[in-house]
Design a protein around this ligand. Structure first.
Ligand code: HEC
Ligand code: HEC
Ligand code: HEC
Ligand code: HEC
Length: 494
């Protein structure tokens, strides 16, 4: 082992561990409060997390998926997930295996990696077997015509599920996509995983990795089988053919890394001395700073997240991991619209339908996946937003109980076109720009008070908004809002 490298790494990892402890102490500060003088640094942190006065107190604490204690998956059963060849390449050099890997190269040598894998094999629990129709396990060339047609049906169904689920919103494929910035590149995933594991993962991600940032889609078993067929068979999930004849394909001299084969693994897997060596190496390399590993996790402070018995919207949030994409009160991701004031912004009838079957709001490729949320899930979400995710300072009296008059609508229309709002917004079927949301049925979607607030100062709602602040008078805004409120289904701006 390269000792220097390891000791440098060691210091880094101790620092990391110290940070983790610090975070957990900070979290538990409230619980263990005692008489003591408070460091100014803590006060700073406190200020940052204080709830603004006009926010109501939530019935549970929001969990930020980006602040999980261990960023790597649990390794206890990794041997059932990934094949040993893949694992050995991965530990030797993660970035050469998955382009967007986060795990550092730990500088282990082949013999050490072999021992580590022997240890990982020794701690695995019994794997689960899934029953597949036999023909699905055949190579395409070996199928009868009928089998091929049947397989193709399953495959096509899975392809549809894949695109509606918008998996590529989180996962890049060979470097393309993955705008949320969280999932591993799936461009060579067939070289890593197997059908049984994939079935288990899509059925219940949290069982494999309770802290995962991946959404638990509400798939049926049939849909999962379709997805598995698609992922295990479509070429986009396979390494590219290495044909050197292609134009200008500069032959990179491939440095042959030594890889643990299945055969060699089978010959060493019960070797107790090697298993013990592997455990020692894992301790020294501090793998458990980022991974839960059976037999070693006790070396780290245990930070438990209580997830059993979650109910209501808290469970929906945890299952779907809404906060991997959305922010609520400074927690979560920034890829999707901030939901902190969703209850003041949106009309809940519209919102409920949207959650069950998301439609395109913003034309520029940013669409919410279809999670197959049930009526109950959707009601829990809207109920929560309506009650807690509010901006209590908004004027709530614009057109709530009155319909805008024809004069107001007409005046608003004139303003809309004379100010060039249509440069960025489509006015329903009349067309227009695609930079902002299509406003065709905005009257069904947004509450008038929110539109008023938005038009008064677009950047107050979204600091990154590119919509100009026109400096409208309240009267102008009332006309514009009147015009927009009139944009409902069936009228669509006409
Ligand atoms: C600094 C944090 C860190 C350390 C230390 C670390 N890993 Fe990882 N590891 C990760 C992350 C993050 C992933 C998830 C994949 C990625 O990098 O995006 C990962 C993935 C893995 C995987 C694939 C797991 C899966 O479910 O696909 C294996 C195997 C693995 N690590 C083994 C090890 C071993 C063995 C060590 C110690 C020698 C180690 N790791 C040390 C962060 C770390
Ligand atoms: C909200 C973002 C998100 C979405 C949407 C998403 N994933 Fe994931 N997925 C992740 C993350 C993140 C991981 C890695 C585990 C972790 O770090 O939590 C992952 C892991 C995986 C893995 C294991 C990959 C590996 O190398 O370990 C597979 C396979 C997978 N996802 C398939 C899918 C499929 C199929 C879909 C669509 C049905 C999907 N994902 C949708 C975020 C997402
Ligand atoms: C994989 C990322 C992702 C996840 C996870 C996710 N969303 Fe979304 N969501 C989006 C995107 C992207 C949009 C913007 C859609 C558009 O403009 O067409 C969106 C839009 C919305 C909107 C409309 C917001 C607005 O201001 O227009 C609501 C409400 C919403 N999501 C709620 C939820 C809830 C509740 C969950 C969890 C049950 C959730 N989302 C999970 C990506 C996600
Ligand atoms: C330079 C482009 C641009 C112009 C001009 C513009 N907007 Fe916007 N507008 C946007 C963008 C981008 C958003 C989306 C913000 C977001 O995604 O949350 C937006 C959001 C909105 C919304 C809220 C929609 C929602 O779902 O959050 C309304 C209402 C709106 N604009 C009305 C108008 C009106 C009325 C005008 C003219 C007075 C106008 N806009 C001019 C770019 C523009």
């Amino acid at each position: 082992m390269q000792l220097k490298l390891l000791s440098r790494l060691h210091t880094k990892l101790i620092l990391l561990a110290a940070m983790v402890c610090f975070v957990s102490i900070a979290n538990y500060r409230g619980v263990a409060a005692q008489e003591r003088t408070i460091d100014s640094m803590y006060l700073e942190i406190d200020k940052k997390y204080q709830i603004p006065e006009d926010w109501s107190v939530l019935p549970f604490e929001l969990e930020d998926p980006y602040r999980r204690v261990k960023n790597g998956p649990i390794l206890t059963n990794v041997i059932h997930k990934a094949n040993v060849e893949w694992i050995s390449r991965w530990i030797a050099d993660p970035k050469s295996v998955v382009p967007n890997a986060k795990m550092p190269d730990l500088g282990l040598e082949f013999d050490e990696i072999k021992a580590v894998i022997a240890y990982l094999g020794s701690i695995a629990e019994e794997g689960t077997k899934v029953k597949w129709d036999n023909y699905l396990l055949k190579r395409e060339d070996d199928m009868t015509d009928e089998e091929y047609d049947n397989m193709d049906q399953v495959f096509q169904m899975g392809k549809g599920v894949w695109s509606r689920a918008r998996c590529t919103i989180c996962h890049p494929i060979k470097g393309l996509g993955g705008n949320v910035g969280v999932g591993p590149d799936l461009g060579k995933i067939v070289t890593k995983i197997n059908r049984d594991w994939l079935h288990g993962w899509l059925t219940n991600t949290k069982k494999h990795f309770p802290d995962t940032m991946m959404a638990q889609f509400r798939f049926s078993d049939e849909e999962i089988r379709g997805l598995a067929e698609y992922i295990m068979r479509d070429t986009q999930f396979m390494p590219e053919e290495e044909d050197g004849e292609e134009e200008g394909a500069a032959q990179k001299p491939v440095e042959e890394v030594k890889v643990l084969t299945k055969a060699e693994y089978d010959s060493i897997k019960g070797d107790n001395a090697l298993i013990f060596k592997g455990k020692t190496i894992i301790e020294k390399a501090r793998c458990f700073v980022c991974h839960d590993i059976k037999g070693l996790s006790e070396l780290m402070p245990v930070v438990e997240n209580k997830r059993e018995g979650l109910e209501g919207f808290e469970k929906v949030l945890y299952d779907i991991r809404c906060l991997t994409c959305h922010t609520i009160r400074k927690k979560g991701g920034t890829y999707a619209p901030n939901l902190t004031e969703a209850g003041t912004k949106m009309k809940m009838d519209w919102e409920k339908e949207f959650l069950k079957a998301p439609d395109i709001i913003r034309p520029l490729s940013q669409q919410m996946p279809k999670f197959n949320l049930s009526e109950d899930d959707a009601s829990l979400a809207t109920g929560f937003m309506e009650k807690y995710l509010l901006n209590k300072q908004l004027p709530s009296d614009v057109f709530v109980n009155e319909k805008p008059t024809a004069e107001i609508v007409e005046a608003g229309k004139n303003l809309f076109y004379s100010k060039g709002c249509n440069a960025c917004h489509a006015d329903g079927v009349k067309g227009g720009g695609v930079v902002g949301p299509n406003l065709g049925t905005v009257g069904d979607r947004l509450q008038p008070a929110y539109m008023f607030h938005h038009l008064k100062n677009p950047t107050a709602v979204n600091p990154r908004a590119i919509e100009p602040n026109y400096g409208f008078s309240d009267q102008d805004i009332k006309m514009l809002v009147g015009f927009l409120v009139d944009h409902v289904k069936g009228k669509e701006g006409n």
